[in-house]
Design a protein around this ligand. Structure first.
Ligand SMILES: Nc1nc2c(ncn2[C@@H]2O[C@H](COP(=O)(O)OP(=O)(O)O)[C@@H](O)[C@H]2O)c(=O)[nH]1
Ligand SMILES: [Mg+2]
Length: 303
């Protein structure tokens, strides 16, 4: 037996930003790593609007993941806020985890991000997501193409949706982090307040159950969040803000059918999050063109 076998593995910790184009599966990946839903996901681009911290605990490390809005060329105030959040997450971290899709050859969007990373100088790991959608044989040429474009520290194929390759990826990231302390207690998964996650879970159902411009123009705020421990119940009143009167009509639906579905689906997620029964009441309000109003953006938490 040599000395090396006796040395306990060094505790490593640090920040890893998950970045990539909209819709590549960044939030799905974060939830898969944490084994818990803290970030909302949807098939629509620009689902994630804020930077989200997810804390992953290992016996020999702690990885602090930052989930970010997708990076794209943007117009409009809300969009600019989102892209700025993502860009800020590319510097001042220990590692960047760039996520791309297996079914796509790198195009303008990917080049734009690689150029930012070249300027950033932070080490980058590439994860190729959605490998469940492609044939094994397509993967190797794609890995080679990416390897030729940027000096990635590692390239790891994963399927966030199926949970494939996740342990490999996490092991790789831990290995590349510097030795460091545990920054957060072991029972902490995020620093986000429950209220924020609750509002996001409601917004996720708005995204799932409406179409076209409505998802982009919807925000959710929590007006009441009151715990009734004696009844094992939390009472929540939330407002869904939309940009136009016509949007309000769509979100309400015939006889209130759409908002009822939003409430039912969101309540199930929120009950799982809080671990108790939830009484959820939703209101819909028109805040004309709020995505362009500095005051309302601030009020809804996008500043
Ligand atoms: N087929 C497949 N779909 C995935 C995978 N990971 C994520 N998705 C889907 O891709 C869409 C966008 O995911 P999301 O996590 O919101 O992407 P983000 O915008 O990068 O955060 C959702 O419909 C996900 O279910 C995967 O590994 N395979
Ligand atoms: Mg996301």
């Amino acid at each position: 037996m040599n000395d090396l076998d006796q040395t306990p593995t060094e505790f490593r910790s640090g920040f890893v930003s998950i970045i990539g184009r909209p819709n590549v599966g960044k939030s799905t990946l974060l939830n898969a790593i944490l084994g818990q839903k803290i970030a909302i996901t949807s098939p629509k681009p620009q689902t994630t609007r804020n930077r989200i911290l997810g804390i992953h605990h290992l016996p020999d490390g702690q990885i602090l993941f930052l989930d970010t809005p997708g990076i794209h060329k943007s117009r409009g105030r809300l969009n600019k806020f989102m892209v700025d959040q993502a860009l800020a997450a590319c510097s001042g971290v220990d590692l960047v985890l760039l996520l791309v899709e297996a079914g796509r050859t790198p195009g303008e969007g990917e080049e734009f991000i690689l150029e930012l990373l070249r300027q950033g100088g932070v080490p980058v790991v590439l994860a190729i997501n959605k490998v469940d959608l492609v044939h094994q044989l397509e993967l190797l040429p794609l890995i080679e193409t990416y390897a030729g474009k940027f000096p990635f520290r590692e390239i790891v194929p994963v399927s966030a949706r199926r949970g494939e390759g996740i342990d490999d990826l996490v092991g790789t990231l831990r290995r590349l982090l510097p030795p460091g302390p545990r920054h957060y207690p072991e029972d902490m998964v995020t620093d986000l307040p429950e209220r924020f996650i609750v509002a996001e879970m409601i917004r996720e159902q708005v995204l799932r159950l409406t179409r076209e411009e409505i998802p982009y123009g919807a925000a959710v705020t929590i007006e009441t969040f009151s715990e009734k421990p004696e009844r094992g119940l939390v009472v929540i009143q939330a407002v869904i803000h939309v940009e136009r009167e016509t949007h309000k009509r769509i979100v309400v639906g015939k006889g209130g059918s759409v908002v009822r579905s939003i409430g039912q689906a969101a309540r199930a997620d929120i009950e799982r999050l809080l671990g108790c029964r939830v009484f959820l009441e939703l209101f819909i309000r028109v805040d004309r063109d709020w995505t362009e109003s500095a005051r309302l953006l601030r009020e809804f938490g996008y500043d």
